[in-house]
Design a protein around this ligand. Structure first.
Ligand SMILES: [Zn+2]
Length: 114
């Protein structure tokens, strides 16, 4: 016997789906977690899976959110990339890529809000 589908406030991100950006609670179901521990959802209409971090700066990142937020706080405090590398123990390329992705996301948000 299957469990009743839980309600959530997600919508289908698939442009080809009939439920694209429509909130129909029973059609988006939870479907486990990914490698980073984020909730995975599945659209019962088109079958496409998507992660809860879709459309956020955390999407596709292997670092936990706490680590990413900590690195961002250090960047805001004007620490250098090599300085953050010494403090956090993460490679400077990881920090540089994170900085680049955060800048792109901030630029997209700025364009959206304007
Ligand atoms: Zn769908």
């Amino acid at each position: 016997m299957s469990q009743p589908r839980s309600e959530n406030d997600r919508y289908c991100p698939n442009e080809k789906c009939t439920l694209y950006r429509k909130r129909k609670y029973n059609e988006i179901v939870r479907n486990g977690h990914n490698y980073a521990g984020h909730q995975v959802f599945r659209c019962m209409c088109c079958g496409k899976q998507f992660v809860e971090t879709l459309g956020t700066p955390f999407y596709g990142k292997r670092l936990p959110e706490k680590e990413i937020i900590g690195i961002c706080k250090l960047l805001v405090e004007k620490n250098g990339v090599r300085s953050i590398e010494r403090i956090t123990g993460h490679h400077r390329d990881t920090i540089s890529n994170l900085l680049k992705d955060m800048a792109e996301h901030a630029e997209m948000m700025n364009e959206f809000l304007l």
